[in-house]
Structures are given as C-alpha cells and as structure tokens.
Write a new protein. Structure first.
Length: 364
C-alpha cells in the first residue's frame, strides 16, 4: 500500500537510488495558492544542512511540480511532485547484497520479495522516502491553514537526553531558529554532544519528536475506524524507524487515578469546553477543539560502522557486516518533519471528510 488518506489522498513512489522519489496528491481543491517555494521550504527543513554530521548527503533537493498547479494556484487536479535522486553512491551497497543489515527492512524485503527488491540505499524502505512526505505536507499545511490550523513540532528526546523544562507552542516555533528544534538549551547542547559521540563511535542514536496541531476545529474524526487518533497513529507509524507513540499526557495518564486524569468540563465563552487538555485534543476519536499533541519515538538508525552479526543469504553462512556508506546518525530530526507532514495530511483528509473544505469547488 503506497496510498494514504481517503479524500486528501497521497500516493508515494520511488526508491532511494532510483531515478526519483515523489508523490501524487489527489483531493486538493482548485484555487489554493501553491508556489515552488512552499515545497522547497519543507524539503529544506528536512535537510538540517547546517549540521554536517546530521546530513552526509547535504545538497538542496531538486524537484519538479509536474502537474496540478497553474500560475501559482492548484487546479483541482492531481498534483505530482518528483524529487530527483542525485549523488547516489550505490557501490557501498554492493557488499550488502544478500547480507541484510540488522534493524533494517533488508531482511523482511528479502523474505517477501526475494531477489527483486532494490536494496541500494535501503530502496523503498529508505528514510529518503520522507522527502516525498515533506513535499505533500507542504500542500496539506497550506490547505489546513485555510481553516486556521497550524502544525508545529520539535525534538523532545535524543540519545537519552530529554527536554526538561515547560514550554509553549510559541517556544516550539522559535526553537526552529536553533541548530536543532529543541526548546531547552541545556538539553540541546547535551543532545548535540550525544550526536558527536555517536558519530565518533560509528554508532547511532534514537529519540522522540512531539507534534502540536493548533486551531483544530471540534468534531473531526469518526467512529469506529476513522478515529483521528487511530489515523494519526497509522500516519506516524508509516514513517520508517517509528517505534512508539504517546498521545497527550500518554503514559503519564495511565499512571493516574481517573479523578486526576479526566479533563474537567467547563463553560468558556458561553460554550462547553475542557478546562485542561491532558488527553491531547480528542475524546472517542473526535477532536475536542483543543490542540492535538502527541510524541513519537524513533529507534536508532540501523546502519552503523560497528561490525554487526548477519548472514550471507546466498551461501547461508553466518557473517558480519560493517556499513561503510553514508548514514543518518539519528533519524529523529528528519522524521520530525515527516511527522509534521503526516499530521497535516491526516488533518487535511479529515477536514475534507467532514465537509469543512470542499474538494469539488474552488476555494473562495
Ligand atoms: C528520515 C529517516 C532517515 C533514515 N536514514 C537511515 C539511514 O541513513 N540508514 C539506515 O540504515 N536507516 C535509516 N532510516 C531508518 C530505516 O529507513 C528504517 O529503520 C528501516 O526502513 C526499517 O524500518 P522500521 O525501522 O520502521 O522497521 C531512516 C529513517 C528515517 C525516517
């Protein structure tokens, strides 16, 4: 399945070392202002070029909006975006052919597709596919902005270092001016140290990202299998290396008594609303009108320079591999941008499903 969403529907394509990766987006109404810069901004945010150790492949993405946009506005037709793969060095992967990297999808792709999968650069399972998500996210973010919805995210844990101070949504936005979007400066310098250590040791680290969606109208999401929480969980787990998710106060809530965990109901501006938002903006899978917020954890990058145990599938003998190619020392910062994108895409889909935006009529 390479398609996600019902009304706002994305189909991604491409492998890491093929000609291009990209996305076809269907469901965007006519009349949405969309410029190349909008897509460029999200692709650049994903690169983290200013931290060279974070991006061994650092060069601006070359992409083309192939269809669906005319004179800076969407036409209501499918928007296809191709992102060209450049500077790929496939030779690093020669010795990995039939020697699956522990922790990577090499193993299961071999079990499922046999010799037919393109293992170079991780093929279809590569983190590079998140560039296509970022591009689609650019479109979704612009569409939900029509409703006043904004999606922001930051890194909350890296290499075991956690953000330790309280913050606001404004702090999250401002954190993007720092080398990494981390609201807590002390945690940030420790995280950067963890990155340096992992690079020196030829290893990798994991961590967590948090996303907030503000301005979300009440009433998005449907019972039973169209819950906003369920759809966002599917969206989050489509991102390679995602391993866990906490919704709202998450695990913290599970440790409380019900009387502490419940958000009291009150009247605000003459309307019933929740006095607090520990639950993270949904009840019964339907949005409350409060911000949605959740955290997703990402495991350490599978490819590392240290020797790892595997097997030679041609000889059926045990062997070790030591990855010599370029790898992301952590997937978290780039995955965060993909997570923001998938959040915006899911909300755009639900806004269309709820009829808040009509796909069959030009935007006013
Ligand atoms: C943005 C991003 C970049 C990634 N970069 C790498 C990488 O450089 N090397 C690698 O082995 N895995 C990388 N991964 C992780 C693999 O794609 C992922 O672990 C693999 O496909 C197995 O999928 P799973 O971890 O979801 O089970 C990256 C993931 C993301 C999201």
């Amino acid at each position: 399945m390479n398609t996600f969403g019902r009304e706002f529907r994305i189909t991604t394509f491409g492998e890491s070392h093929g000609r291009a990766i990209g996305v076809v987006i269907d469901g965007v109404p006519a009349g949405l202002e969309l410029k190349e810069e909008d897509v460029r901004r999200e692709l650049d945010r994903r690169m983290f070029c200013h931290i060279p150790v974070l991006n061994p492949r650092c060069e601006p993405e070359e992409f083309e909006i192939l269809s669906g946009v005319k004179d800076g506005y969407t036409q209501g037709t499918p928007i296809a975006i191709a992102i060209w793969n450049k500077k790929v060095i496939s030779s690093y992967y020669d010795e990995l052919w039939m020697k699956p990297r522990p922790g990577h999808a090499d193993f299961t792709y071999y079990l499922k597709y046999g010799r037919h999968y393109d293992h170079r650069g991780g093929g279809r399972a590569s983190g590079r596919t998140t560039a296509a998500l970022a591009a689609a996210g650019a479109v979704a973010k612009k569409l939900i902005a029509q409703l006043g919805v904004e999606v922001v995210g930051h890194v909350v844990e890296l290499g075991g270092v956690e953000v330790g101070k309280p913050y606001t949504v404004e702090d999250i936005k401002n954190s993007w001016r720092k080398p990494l979007p981390v609201v807590d400066d002390e945690a940030l310098s420790k995280m950067l140290e963890k990155i340096r250590e992992a690079v020196l040791e030829g290893d990798s680290i994991g961590g967590a990202a948090e996303v907030w969606a503000v301005g979300v109208p009440p009433g998005l999401g449907e019972p039973h299998f169209g819950k906003i929480k369920g759809d966002l969980a599917a969206a989050a787990f489509s991102i390679p290396s995602a391993v866990a998710m906490d919704w709202g106060a998450g695990r913290g809530l599970a440790k409380m008594r019900g009387s502490q965990a419940n958000d009291p109901i009150t009247i605000r501006d003459g309307k019933p609303s929740l006095a607090t938002n520990k639950i993270g903006g949904t009840l019964g899978g339907i949005t409350t009108g409060d911000p949605l917020y959740f955290r997703v954890w990402f495991k350490p990058t599978p490819s590392v320079r240290k020797p790892q145990q595997t097997v030679d599938l041609q000889q059926m003998t045990p062997t070790t591999i030591q990855f010599k190619g370029r790898y992301d020392v952590t997937t978290v910062p780039k995955a965060l941008v993909a997570l923001e994108a998938m959040t915006a895409i899911t909300l755009a889909d639900h806004a269309l499903r709820a009829g808040l935006i009509r796909r069959d009529k030009p935007l006013p």
